[in-house]
Write a new protein. Structure first.
Length: 200
């Protein structure tokens, strides 16, 4: 089963620290104030978390420990990350729901899996995901995310300004690699073949 800490470390590395770019809608609280985003935690998400309208000081005070708790409860648990069989698959979906929002990131996964696109990562979606070939799903979900980013950029000049950063984020998700155990098995088999032929 997938490991949250590994997925969290990867997302945190991609998100960076505090920023308050006025073009980023995630920086605005419910009063329409640009209070920024920190460690990938948007103003609306943090407002929901603390139960009041956050200020710039509140956003700047978000620590990695606070961010970790939010990521676990509001994103990882919402995709049932602990029950996803494949680590790489869990990480790219987790990154997707963090960056696109839970509903949109889930819908993109459901589109690839060809299950009802309701934006809720329920039992049907989880079962379909765990039945799917992980490498095939990983590549298709990555492409679906890239397609979505390009659509956003085509429809909005504000979004277009972020396109290269989004594509750079996706580039960090290299081609799917089999789990280490499977790789070792291949290496071991190759080693045995070499040893056997050397002995002949």
């Amino acid at each position: 089963m997938a490991n949250f800490q590994q997925a969290y470390n990867r997302v945190l590395d991609a998100e960076g620290g505090y920023q308050n770019d006025a073009r980023d809608t995630g920086n605005y609280n419910s009063r329409g104030e640009n209070v920024g985003t920190n460690l990938g935690i948007s103003a609306p998400v943090y407002e929901s978390w603390i139960g009041r309208v956050p200020t710039v000081a509140d956003m700047k005070a978000i620590t990695p420990a606070i961010a970790r708790s939010i990521y676990k409860a509001r994103f990882w648990d919402r995709i049932q990350g602990d029950r996803i069989n494949d680590q790489a698959v869990a990480e790219i979906i987790f990154d997707g729901v963090v960056n696109h929002g839970v509903s949109r990131g889930t819908r993109l996964a459901q589109k690839v899996l060809r299950v009802p696109e309701d934006g809720v990562f329920g039992e049907q979606t989880l079962a379909a995901l765990n039945r799917a070939n992980p490498g095939t799903f990983y590549a298709a979900y990555k492409e679906e995310r890239i397609r979505f980013y390009n659509q956003l950029a085509a429809n909005s000049s504000n979004h277009a300004a972020f396109l290269q950063g989004w594509l750079n984020r996706m580039a960090k998700f290299s081609d799917y690699a089999a789990p280490v155990g499977g790789l070792l098995l291949v290496v071991a088999a190759a080693g045995f073949w070499w040893w056997q032929n050397k002995m002949i």
